[in-house]
Design a protein around this ligand. Structure first.
Ligand code: FES
Length: 574
């Protein structure tokens, strides 16, 4: 059989003026001529940035991938793409996920690349790179940067985000002096890597492994552990093999792989953000996946992993206990894994994980004695959210999962900040806090503010949780009885935008319902008076985003980015 011509040879394999210019300029770094003679060219898509602290070690990681590519006879070429740092980017990194994905897609397609290794870590970098790569569909491997070491403060382990929320509530309730708060800052993030709770970054790193698009061990090896570098080097080697065997990303990201990832998410108590990201990635690669798949597939899965924010341990503990392979093996033993799903190392997901051993059953609990039973992500429906809303039962207070209460409404996040600390605010712990206009269009970018801090007058009574409902997202490191992603969002004319102070709302997670006790006639009257909020900007990327973003239930991608354009350069006159 004739060997398939490499894509990169359409650039480097030519004997005309273009071949000269493609090779000659690339040679300026001292690249020998034989590198252009049919070696697989592997792009290393790097989200290194000093503005993305979680990815600050990616230069080292990229060097390891390069060595691996060379060791396998390939030719590595590193390129930067827009980086999305969760902590510094404002108004929210999620606003730019789709923009970064465009950067990735166009960078891969427009360049002489046969395959690509994606380096991601901080929350949105992972879905952005996978979405972009999915729309091109060349052989692809994902390498996560790995979690930071545990935070340690006053001899106790503290977790990114999770303890930030709890300590900030302690400051607001007058229980923690500011000096201690400042001291804790220095103790929480003390090494390279991304958040070390089971927040969105760790969840997405786990999704990468469960989808089979990352090497075994991708989820949990700490960023500063030498084995993270080994994993990066092995990914470089393997990327060359994937090109030689022409294993495209679409052969890895199948419907079966997404089903495995959804179940893995339930078993690790993963972030609610994964719901939006996986739907968006699936729709880029042409796999049908929707909100109901999350409820259906995750419903019978127990949360096995006892990690913050749902539990008490951190990613470092997870790795030492055996990591995601133990979880995947357990799912396989329960018949909850599509065992034949192909992974990037050439083995099936089952062959990779079937012999995994657990070294600490308090961190990764056995199926028979799970950390939490039948959790997953619950998808709610009702007149308040006809296209769905979600709640993470493992992070919620059991007794609040069936609750009827009086709505206390905040029209937007500014209104919330203005009034929440007011002692005159008419609210108690039985009320339901409702926040509007924080969805994809309304914020814009869907802010992580769904876990609204409780009012001080409630906190002072020792109450730590109330039912909260919004069209916003919640940080993966957060917790509480928080209903998120209500669709359609308020700013798109959803019923959420019509809720008024004093309305009665009923939540029943067991029945998967969320109902606003207001008559249809009354809602119709309110709808007539409703006005869409004024967007904060009416030009540039904000405008493009607000005009084209899909609802959360559809992955919050831009409508014109859904799907794939493949790897062929269109309208090419070279
Ligand atoms: Fe980067 Fe949490 S801030 S992963």
């Amino acid at each position: 059989m004739a060997k398939k011509k490499l894509r990169s040879q359409e650039w480097f394999g030519r004997e005309d003026i273009y071949g000269f210019l493609y090779r000659s300029w690339t040679k300026n770094r001292g690249i020998p001529h034989d590198q252009f003679e049919g070696k697989p060219v592997i792009g290393i898509c790097n989200t290194y940035s000093e503005l993305t602290p979680c990815n600050s070690h990616f230069r080292t990681l990229a060097e390891q991938v390069k060595i691996g590519v060379w060791e396998s006879g390939g030719f590595p070429l590193e390129f930067p793409v827009m980086s999305l740092g969760e902590t510094l980017l404002r108004p929210t990194a999620m606003l730019y996920r789709n923009l970064a994905s465009m950067d990735v897609e166009e960078s891969i397609r427009a360049n002489p690349l046969d395959g690509v290794v994606l380096l991601f870590g901080c929350d949105k970098t992972t879905p952005a790179l996978l979405m972009g790569a999915a729309s091109v569909n060349v052989p692809t491997i994902g390498v996560s940067g790995g979690p930071m070491l545990r935070g340690v403060y006053k001899g106790k382990h503290i977790g990114s985000g999770t303890n930030t929320w709890s300590m900030s509530e302690d400051v607001r309730a007058g229980k923690m002096p500011l000096e201690e708060f400042h001291e804790a800052e220095s103790c929480m993030h003390r090494s390279h890597g991304h958040c070390m709770t089971m927040g969105t970054a760790s969840t997405m790193a786990s999704m990468v492994e469960a989808l089979g698009v990352g090497m075994p061990g991708n989820a949990a090896i700490p960023a500063v552990d030498a084995r993270r570098n080994v994993l990066a080097r092995m990914a470089g080697r393997r990327a060359v093999e994937l090109v030689k065997k022409d294993v495209k990303l679409s052969q890895i990201l199948t419907r079966e792989a997404f089903e495995n990832a959804i179940r893995a998410n339930a078993a690790i108590g993963g972030s609610t953000n994964a719901v939006i990201h996986l739907i968006a990635i699936a729709r880029r690669i042409g796999v049908k996946l929707d909100l109901d798949d999350w409820d259906k597939l995750g419903r019978d899965v127990h949360t096995l992993v006892n990690l913050m924010p749902s539990g008490k341990y951190l990613m470092e503990d997870f790795y030492y206990a055996g990591g995601l392979p133990v979880v995947l093996r357990t799912l396989g033993e329960q018949g909850l894994l599509n065992k034949k799903a192909l992974t990037v190392n050439g083995e099936s997901i089952w062959d990779n994980n079937k012999d995994a051993e657990c070294y600490n059953t308090d961190v990764i609990t056995p199926w028979e004695k799970p950390f939490k039973k039948n959790t997953g992500i619950a998808v709610l429906r009702g007149n308040l959210c006809p296209d769905g809303a979600i709640i993470k039962p493992s992070a919620a207070t059991p007794k609040l999962m069936k609750h009827k209460g009086r709505a206390v409404v905040f029209e937007n996040i500014e209104d919330f900040h203005k009034r929440i600390d007011d002692p005159q605010l008419d609210i108690d712990e039985h009320c339901i806090m409702v926040l509007k206009n924080c969805g994809p269009k309304g914020y814009p970018g869907m802010a992580e503010v769904g876990n609204m801090p409780l009012p001080p007058k409630v906190l002072k009574k020792g109450i730590t949780d109330m039912v909260r409902i919004s069209d916003a997202r919640m940080s993966g490191t957060a917790y509480g009885t928080v209903v998120l992603h209500s669709s359609p969002e308020a700013a798109a004319g959803g019923t959420l935008g019509l809720v008024q102070n004093g309305d009665i709302i009923e939540l029943n997670v067991a029945k998967r319902t969320l109902h606003l006790h207001v008559t249809e006639d009354e809602l119709a009257k309110r709808r007539k008076k409703w006005k869409a909020p004024t967007p904060p900007l009416t030009r540039g990327y904000y405008k493009l985003y607000i005009d084209h973003v899909n609802q959360a239930s559809d992955g919050a991608d831009l409508d014109f980015l859904v799907g794939s354009s493949g790897s062929k350069v269109p309208r090419d006159n070279h």
